[in-house]
Design a protein around this ligand. Structure first.
Ligand SMILES: *Cc1c(COP(=O)(O)O)cnc(C)c1O
Length: 225
């Protein structure tokens, strides 16, 4: 880890990213001193993808950090995550959402979440298919949630060098978001976050309407899994 680089990248990104777009520093697989470096450079929003790793990092870092969970969340890990996040960005099934809601109610907290939408070409990515997500809202299933606030959507573009394809994916995610947000009959409140864009494609994502970008490699270097 090169700590000078981390601080520099954070500062550069804070300059480059347009006003109104928030930056999540994706720190998964990176050690606490690397996160500390980003923190000292002014970063307060961090993203982690594994519950165990997140729970280990939280007590070792300042308490004004806002943690976003961005990975696939296994149902048996939900209880330990509830109350620890500013936002769970990766709700990828109704079953998971219902469980988050039940555990949040039990813990006496409101959990903020994004619905992960699957538009990318890869077979393996998690998330709701666009039609499924639309259906969830048109069926008004969100009305049964007691302790969960759906704040918007998160999505990833196809993992490809074809930047036109990437742009189409982001456009697609944004139009799904907009259709739900602008459907006044749903009466949604605070449904206003579109999380899209990573190290290699965040500029395109912002052009296509993202207001929350998730950057790992560019800040912290490559991950050793
Ligand atoms: C790892 C990860 C990122 C960060 O990707 P980089 O290419 O390293 O910037 C962003 N979003 C999600 C959901 C991730 O899992």
């Amino acid at each position: 880890m090169n700590v000078v680089r981390i601080a520099e990248e954070i500062k550069k990104l804070h300059d480059e990213v347009p006003a109104g777009v928030r930056l999540v520093a994706v720190s998964k697989f990176h050690p606490v001193p690397a996160l500390r470096e980003a923190y000292d450079a002014g970063q307060r929003l961090f993203g982690e993808s594994r519950v165990q790793e997140l729970l280990e990092k939280i007590p070792q870092l300042p308490s004004d950090i806002q943690w976003h969970f961005i990975g696939h969340l296994q149902t048996n890990k939900v209880r330990s995550l509830i109350g620890r996040t500013a936002l769970i960005e990766s709700v990828d099934s109704e079953r998971l959402l219902e469980l988050i809601d039940r555990e949040s109610e039990r813990a006496g907290v409101i959990t903020r979440v994004l619905m992960q939408v699957h538009v990318a070409r890869e077979e393996t990515k998690f998330g709701f298919y666009p039609e499924e997500l639309q259906q969830y809202f048109t069926d008004r299933k969100f009305e049964s949630l007691k302790a969960t606030h759906i704040c918007g959507v998160m999505g990833m573009a196809s993992n490809t060098d074809d930047m036109e394809r990437v742009r189409r994916d982001f456009r697609n995610i944004y139009s799904i978001f907009r259709a739900i947000r602008d459907n006044e009959s749903l009466g949604l409140r605070g449904f206003d976050i579109v999380s899209m864009g990573m190290s290699g494609d965040w500029k395109i994502a912002v052009e296509e309407g993202s207001d929350l970008i998730r950057i790992g490699t560019r800040i912290f270097g490559s991950r050793e899994y």
